[in-house]
Write a protein that binds this ligand. Structure first.
Ligand SMILES: CC(C)(COP(=O)(O)OP(=O)(O)OC[C@H]1O[C@@H](n2cnc3c(N)ncnc32)[C@H](O)[C@@H]1OP(=O)(O)O)[C@@H](O)C(=O)NCCC(=O)NCCS
Length: 196
């Protein structure tokens, strides 16, 4: 089973004292990451991701110093040990998917414009045919972002990010993968990919 936690960084963005209080609770690695970010919203959501990881570490009685990243940036517990987890953020929302049993990848996207150029460049023939068959404008945008989050979530599960994700065909059936989708804060879609 995968649990999804989310954190809206609005208060971190607007309340300096609260930001400082939370900053001191997260790992030094996260503090260094936050320190390097100049854009306030991106800083706040990076801290939000750090808070979600801290909460996970507390729940699992893990020292956050144990978390490492692979050569592509995937955060994990060394030795392929649980908890398996994945992080994503968009605008002010950070999400964390955690599983005790299976590798996971998560991605969140804002359901914005339909991106024809990205479809042409990165989507498979089967995906393009599927999208071309949708008449309803909102449904088409939702499906575009649902597929995109599937590609990213899979790439994050594998651990090399978009290089694997972009060639992943979301219209195929994969017996060892399970995808779940949910809408958060109205116009954001979150996809979790779990490998059995
Ligand atoms: C992983 C990737 C798809 C993230 O895309 P994004 O949409 O910009 O960002 P998201 O908000 O969805 O995800 C960011 C989180 O993904 C995680 N992440 C980063 N690289 C990852 C990877 N290779 N696999 C799994 N998760 C990864 C991090 O936890 C990051 O959050 P944090 O920086 O706050 O800790 C993209 O950065 C990528 O393809 N990275 C690999 C590129 C690479 O090989 N780089 C090598 C040099 S480090």
């Amino acid at each position: 089973m995968v649990t999804l936690s989310q954190y809206n960084a609005e208060r971190l963005l607007t309340d300096d004292a609260f930001f400082r209080e939370m900053y001191h609770l997260v790992s030094l690695t996260r503090q260094r990451k936050v320190d390097k970010i100049k854009v306030p919203e991106v800083r706040a959501v990076s801290l939000a991701a750090g808070i979600l990881i801290k909460n996970m570490c507390d729940a699992w009685h893990i020292d956050s110093k144990r978390i490492i990243t692979n050569e592509h940036g995937k955060p994990m517990i060394p030795g392929g040990k649980p908890p398996y987890f994945s992080i994503s953020h968009k605008h002010k929302i950070a999400v964390l998917a955690v599983s005790k049993d299976n590798q996971v990848g998560v991605d969140i996207e804002f359901i914005g414009m339909y991106r024809e150029a990205m479809v042409k460049r990165f989507y498979t023939k089967a995906e393009i045919a599927f999208l071309d068959g949708i008449q309803d404008e909102r449904k088409k945008r939702e499906e575009f972002y649902r597929m995109w989050t599937m590609k990213e979530a899979y790439g994050k599960l594998v651990g090399d990010g978009l290089s694997t994700g972009l060639v992943f065909d979301t219209t195929m059936q994969y017996t060892s993968l399970k995808f779940t989708h949910q809408f958060v804060e109205k116009d954001y879609i979150v996809t979790i990919c779990e490998k059995f």
